[in-house]
Design a binder for this molecule. Structure first.
Ligand code: THU
Length: 133
């Protein structure tokens, strides 16, 4: 799949976002190492603190379908410049794929490209729990 295809899947997912409180519609599309795609959108709640980010929805879908790592993730918003994943999402992405590529894009076709590790320098992950002496 091209990166344009993956970003298109993220845009499509943003169209399904449930964001009546923020009106900030986010879509994410994760591509696994074997080419499967898991999409997600943000899902808000009248009890505001219970809202879920799009990236987290996509991760929950991926893991609950038996996949524990991924190669790339695209995140779509209508922000310019494109929004990057929030701090909590960076941590959740880092758990499964610190070296994954992250595309951040918007309705204007602007694209920023990074990696999970670059977005979360010195990130805390599963390896840290094995490093006690
Ligand atoms: N949001 C995401 O879905 N992903 C992010 O990385 C940043 C924020 C959502 C949460 C909330 O529903 C809305 O965007 C405004 O913060």
């Amino acid at each position: 799949m091209t990166k344009e295809d993956l970003m298109a899947r993220a845009q499509e997912a943003a169209g399904l976002a449930y964001a009546p409180y923020s009106n900030f519609f986010v879509g994410a599309a994760i591509e696994t190492n074997d080419g499967r795609v898991f999409t997600g959108c943000n899902v808000e709640n009248a009890s505001y603190g219970l809202g879920r980010c799009a990236e987290q929805t996509a991760i929950q879908k991926m893991v609950s379908e038996g996949v524990k790592t991924f190669a790339r993730i695209a995140v779509f918003t209508r922000a310019s410049p494109p929004s990057s994943p929030c701090g909590a999402c960076r941590q959740i992405l880092f758990e499964f794929a610190p070296d994954a590529i992250v595309y951040m894009t918007n309705h204007n076709g602007e694209v920023l490209e990074s990696t999970v590790r670059a977005l979360l320098p010195l990130g805390f992950g599963p390896q840290d729990l094995k490093s006690t002496t």
